[in-house]
Design a protein around this ligand. Structure first.
Ligand SMILES: Nc1ncnc2c1ncn2[C@@H]1O[C@H](COP(=O)(O)OP(=O)(O)OP(=O)(O)O)[C@@H](O)[C@H]1O
Length: 466
């Protein structure tokens, strides 16, 4: 049927709407963005299409008869799609101001909603975000089937080989079903957000929404609206009601990242929302009630912030019912190579390259590096290395790691000046493939001075090819 599909496999998107002008407009938009749009004028036609064709996502209107506005036909369609095609992302299209319907659509299993008239950029970003998520979930599932080594490994591409990380995961698994608030501490890039997602996925709330708010990236004046929503007319430019993240997360999990950035004045409102599940939208006196599980994360020292009066103690007590520190990568070196191979394989797949083996030098460099940016940095390094690598092995040089290697069993803080000099020299020599002149130039010393230090530190090139 689809014999001449291009190799890049454009994704097929079903647009379900009874209005042909809506279908046409979305068809043009999707086509221009590289998708294959497929139209269906009714829920029945949508189902018939799904039974005979492979479809990657659905954009579904909520009303199909001219005289109805309840959205019940759309909700019924979403339920059916969820039941018969689980994992297929369905995005609901609702009229402006029908917030309740949007929330209801998400409860019935829609992954997101788009308000009509829509903004093209939003349609495309919601669609892409959900297609990416579905793909990574599908891949994670495949991986976990292939890798029955560890219970948690593979879900969302999550890797935990080290005993430290295994313990952290075991502890988290023990509290997932308690609904207790969880505070994830740890340096940037250690995997706090990924773990928050996993906790939700492991919990009984998994079929309900997982909603993330990055407190650190929001301007303080937008934060309240983002969390709690606003009523129509709350601000001069608030022409429509807006549902907040708390409401969207109802019955699911709300993940508040970078919680230490929550301004002090806004902390009481969050405290009440967490304690009683109650709040008001900005500009409204009507109290909303929700049931959400709260997970928060930060790399800051909240205890110190409480002591210095920047974070409320009562709020901290509400957030840290269960508190866990995710160790930095340099303290769980057994995770480094499995993670490196995982990210290398992923990048090679994307760039359509065969996955190279890490040679022994590359493995040593990876294991000894301090990883200040943790897993995020490792993922970037492997992505870049996938581009530089040629052939069936990946060398230390291909990694292009700029920072000094930390000697084994040594913290950066314990490195002496002499050790540091040796490390910097070694890195420079590796970077320049033992071209002494280039290294000397980079280090700002003469070639003779470099020679002298090679002797002093017993540095030599393992495999001669000068
Ligand atoms: N154990 C792991 N297995 C696989 N991938 C991981 C693991 N931990 C982290 N990652 C990946 O590393 C990147 C950074 O992780 P994440 O965003 O969860 O860190 P974070 O601690 O929330 O960072 P930040 O504090 O900067 O928000 C993500 O792409 C995530 O998928």
């Amino acid at each position: 049927m689809h014999s001449s599909r291009p190799t890049s496999n454009p994704q097929r998107i079903l647009v379900v709407d009874d209005q042909s002008d809506v279908r046409d407009a979305l068809r043009l938009l999707l086509k221009a963005a590289g998708y294959i749009p497929i139209g269906a004028a009714s829920p029945q036609e949508a189902i018939a299409r799904l039974q005979t064709e492979s479809i990657e996502a659905v954009l579904a209107d909520m009303n199909f008869s001219i005289d109805t506005t309840s959205g019940s036909e759309g909700l019924e369609l979403i339920k059916q799609l969820n039941e018969h095609w689980p994992g297929l992302p369905v995005i609901a299209m609702t009229a402006w101001a029908s917030i309740d319907l949007a929330v209801e659509a998400m409860r019935c299993g829609a992954v997101d909603f788009i308000e009509k008239p829509w903004q093209n950029a939003r349609v495309l970003s919601v669609l892409k975000g959900n297609l990416d998520l579905t793909r990574s979930q599908r891949e994670a599932k495949k991986m976990s089937a292939a890798n029955a080594l560890l219970l948690s490994e593979g879900e969302f591409g999550f890797i935990a080989r080290s005993s430290t990380m295994q313990r952290a995961v075991d502890d988290l698994r023990r509290v997932v079903d308690s609904d207790a608030a969880i505070l994830l501490l740890g340096e940037n890039g250690t995997g706090k957000s990924l773990l928050a997602q996993l906790v939700h996925h492991w919990s009984a709330r998994r079929s309900q929404p997982f909603v993330k708010v990055d407190i650190g990236s929001l301007a303080p004046n937008l934060l309240e609206t983002e969390l709690f929503g606003h009523s129509k007319g709350a601000y001069t430019d608030a022409r429509q009601e807006r549902v907040g993240r708390f409401e969207l997360a109802d019955e699911g999990t709300l993940f508040l990242d970078e919680i230490a950035n929550l301004p002090f004045e806004q902390q009481p409102k969050l405290l009440r929302a967490i304690e009683d599940g109650e709040f008001e939208r900005v500009g409204s006196s009507k109290t909303q009630k929700v049931d959400v599980r709260i997970i928060t994360a930060t790399n800051a020292n909240l205890d110190a912030m409480v002591s210095s009066g920047r974070f409320r103690q009562d709020l901290l007590y509400r957030l840290n019912t269960f508190q866990i520190t995710i160790p930095p990568l340099r303290e769980r070196r057994d995770d480094i190579l499995p993670l490196a191979r995982h990210y290398l394989a992923g990048a090679c797949k994307r760039y359509r390259r065969t996955v190279p083996e890490l040679d022994s030098d590359a493995q040593r460099v990876l294991c000894n590096y301090a990883w200040p940016g943790n897993v995020r940095e490792l993922a970037h390094v492997m992505e870049r290395a996938a581009l530089f690598a040629s052939g069936s092995t990946l060398s230390a040089f291909d990694l292009r790691l700029q920072q000094a290697v930390v000697p084994e069993d040594s913290d950066l803080g314990e490195v002496t000046l002499e050790q540091a000099e040796k490390i910097v020299m070694k890195r420079s020599l590796e970077r320049h493939r033992w071209n002494l002149q280039r290294s000397a130039d980079e280090l700002g010393i003469t070639r003779q001075a470099l020679y002298r230090r090679l002797g002093k530190y017993s540095l030599r090139k393992d495999d001669a090819e000068d």
